[in-house]
Design a protein around this ligand. Structure first.
Ligand code: C2O
Ligand code: CU
Length: 464
């Protein structure tokens, strides 16, 4: 079993089935809208299968796409009609801490029948998403998420703007119902809960009609519990314009597979170059093969077919580049999992043997400690720069997500990479991130492979 970065990239490069293209303001909103978390039934599987029972916002899937202008105030009253407590996290938003939606850290979980009012400003334009943050491994897998799109003040020059939420569902092949074992030991101790039914916006044959020459903004969101999406283009020429909601300074023309870990987003601008009567594809690359993740049927031709390289998206405000010299250094060792070397670890303040951890259905540790602790991994002063060196001493990839602030990867030679809120790390890698701790509060820092988060890969940072 290889889980290295190279294996992932090669699984992409080796693909052949489809003609993969290696180029291939604080304005107050008037209303406090209600959003109800409740069950519903959705036709996920082909029509000859029964509908799948899901949990969704307003009982729907895909969930609502919330679109607001940059700087706007977002107000939502969440009503919980689920059979269990819930909460709502706004992934990637530099939010005020009390609105971050982490049950047990920034708010109490909202019991069945009760409500919680989320009320905050959205400082950054870009592609974000929201999802349940109580018992996430179950609630996200059941469908409790949606896209949050924050629009730039001046609309970029594209002909259309499409949100493509990628997910895989773990369905019983006969009944098309969700596998209800959200605590499965194998998922927790290995690569997480991976589905057998891959979809875009809840559709296994996601299709859009487009015109040749059209320029589309595709907002890709990986909402899967654990699947890493490796994506390519066919019949499309494109650029990655933003990552994790933040514009890239130099958009790169897409020439190799795009890798999206759980929680990550990419904004692409793509031009349709396939001919009328043909189809272009967003291609999912897997095991050396290509699968149509979304099909673009070319049903017409635009007159103005040739476009220039797109202009960069405007940067988001107040994003200080971290000064690395004076930074506080933090070390994070990821340990455990199958084929790992975790003999013992601290769980709820007590030293446990590996056997005892397994009995508690816990498999992963950060710096020898499993799961949340009373004390944060680090207490940072407001404005301080932190550098976190992370060593993935496990056999699996992990997608480390920091709440409340974006970070940059520290690259060789002391350069820093683009802003992101989730870092995908492969087994054996050591990577370093840096950020300016400018958002006060208690911020979760965890693996977005949700079975891993539920079985130990969760810590937090404090900014005071
Ligand atoms: Cu998108 Cu703590 O999660
Ligand atoms: Cu993980």
């Amino acid at each position: 079993m290889t889980h290295t970065r190279r294996a992932f990239i090669q699984s992409g490069l080796a693909m052949s089935a489809l003609s993969f293209f290696p180029k291939a303001g604080s304005a107050a909103t008037p209303e406090f809208q209600v959003m109800t978390a409740q069950s519903g039934a959705v036709q996920l599987a082909p029509p000859d299968y029964p509908k799948t029972e899901i949990w969704g916002y307003d009982g729907k899937f895909p969930g609502p796409v919330i679109r607001v202008r940059q700087g706007a105030r977002l107000q939502r009253r969440l009503v919980n009609k689920l059979p269990q407590a819930t909460s709502l996290h706004w992934h990637g938003v530099r939010i005020s801490n009390a609105m971050d939606g982490v049950a047990g850290l920034t708010q109490d979980a909202i019991p069945t029948g009760e409500t919680f009012d989320y009320d905050f400003a959205v400082p950054d334009a870009g592609t974000f998403w929201f999802h349940a943050h109580n018992r996430s491994v179950e609630q996200v897998a059941r469908g409790l998420y949606g896209a949050l799109i924050v629009e730039e003040p001046i609309a970029p020059d594209v002909d259309r703007d499409e949100v493509l939420i990628l997910d895989d569902w773990l369905l019983n092949p006969e009944t098309a119902q969700l596998d209800p074992d959200f605590e499965a030991v194998h998922d927790r101790s290995h690569a997480g809960r991976r589905g057998n039914f891959v979809a875009t916006n809840g559709s296994f044959n996601s299709t859009l009609n487009v015109s040749q020459g059209e320029r589309m903004r595709l907002r890709l969101i990986n909402a899967a519990n654990a699947r890493i999406f490796v994506l390519g283009l066919s019949g499309l020429k494109g650029w990655v314009m933003a990552f994790d909601g933040m514009p890239l300074v130099t958009p790169s023309e897409i020439s190799e597979p795009i890798i999206l870990g759980p929680g990550q987003r990419a904004d692409l601008f793509v031009d349709v170059i396939a001919d009328e009567g043909e189809s272009a594809h967003l291609v999912r690359l897997e095991d050396g093969q290509g699968f149509a993740q979304t099909e673009f049927r070319v049903t017409g031709t635009l007159a103005s077919a040739v476009r220039d390289v797109p202009q960069v998206l405007p940067p988001n405000p107040n994003m200080d580049v971290p000064g690395l010299e004076q930074a506080r250094r933090i070390r994070l060792n990821m340990e455990g999992g199958a084929m790992g070397n975790l003999d013992a670890a601290i769980l709820e303040g007590e030293r446990k043997t590996f056997r005892q951890l397994v009995d508690a259905n816990q498999f992963w540790a950060f710096n020898g400690t499993v799961g949340m602790t009373e004390k944060p991994l680090a207490s940072l002063s407001r404005g301080e720069t932190a550098r976190v060196e992370i060593y993935n001493d496990t056999s699996f990839p992990h997608a480390m997500h920091l709440h409340g602030m974006h970070f940059r990867e520290v690259l060789e030679g002391g350069e820093v990479g683009p802003l992101q809120d989730t870092l995908l790390m492969f087994g054996g890698e050591t990577r370093e991130i840096a950020f300016v701790a400018d958002n006060p509060g208690k911020w979760l820092f965890h693996c977005h492979m949700l079975s891993h988060a539920a079985s130990g890969m969760m810590t937090w940072l404090e900014v005071a």
